[in-house]
Write a protein that binds this ligand. Sequence first.
Ligand code: SF4
Ligand code: SF4
Length: 374
Amino acid sequence: MKPIDEMREVLKDPAGYVQKLKAADGRKVVGTFCSYAPEEIILAAGAHPLRLFGSGENIHQAEAHLQSYCCSLVRGALEDALAGRLAFLDGIVFPHTCDSIQRLSDVWRLNVPGTFHIDVILPVKLDTEGSRAYFLDVLNRLRRELGEKLGVTITDERLRSAIGTYNRIRAALMQICDLRGERPEILKGSDFFTLVRAAMVMDRPRVVDLLEGIAAEMKKRSVSMAAAWPKKRIVLSGGICNYPDVYTIVEEAGGDVVGDDLCTGSRYYSGLIDETAEPIAAIADRYLERVACPAKHKGLSERADHLVRLVHQKRAAGVIFFLLKFCDPHAFDYPYLREALEREKIPSMLLEVEDRLPADGQLRTRFEAFIEMI
Ligand code: SF4
Ligand code: SF4
């Protein structure tokens, strides 16, 4: 089986895949939300980190606990938990980020029995004098608590090994993204999405092998390919984009996603961790140096500056903002990001989605109109 096919297979049934892992060697599974969950510490504890997105089933039970104006990610994940579809989880780690995730944590603690539950109360402002010390304190506390819950001592050696694994995953994804940026025809956008999503679900050492193999293969192929690529280069910006079809429809409409600023994209894999430094400090520093998401604060214009830089770096012709309905952090950020693009004369369009994409044809027409205009 080709590496990408193995990853596609896993994503057809992530829960089934993880249950098989668990049955094979008895490892514990810890669910996470959001790229601010320090997966390195979970892996160092000998557990398997599983990013939760909601399986997309209809929402029934979650409605009794959450307002209908919570985002579909939060409602979908709670529905899965209440319906028993996540009963295989041994624990859950909630980073303190947007309001919806914070409230989900409270509802989960009271209504989903049988798993340990850890809140990681990270600082909101990431650029103050005290924020690094605060960050370190919170991560050290997570290291202690997780060790106690899982009955292991999370040594520096274990942390360094986990950091090494994540660095290899992130380095491979960054390399694949760069190769795609230069030669988008080498790997479809929806396939790149598959790689990133699978990296959040699969056994991480296996992910290293698969991604490094794919990156090496792409490098070889890119050398022998002719240069022309007629499609319009697009950057995708927003929060969670759990819809591979978006990439396909952009491609069918004459564009190509060559870069992103998404939680299901570069926010997951950007930035390597210093393997020579004290491990907890090094994990904290990656978060502090990474471009913040809108649920955190780090300067007034950091996100806009980053987006404009990204568009120029990727030689993109325009930006598609992809927002989940009721996602306040991204909705509040959108006007100022759009204004920053307008100042640079970079065209953009907004696509807002609730729990499923608009009909195929309707979306293609909107993308075609935008791509024609740019
Ligand atoms: S926008 Fe921020 S808080 Fe929300 S899921 Fe992404 S990284 Fe997490
Ligand atoms: S940041 Fe937005 S999409 Fe992510 S959990 Fe919060 S409200 Fe939902």
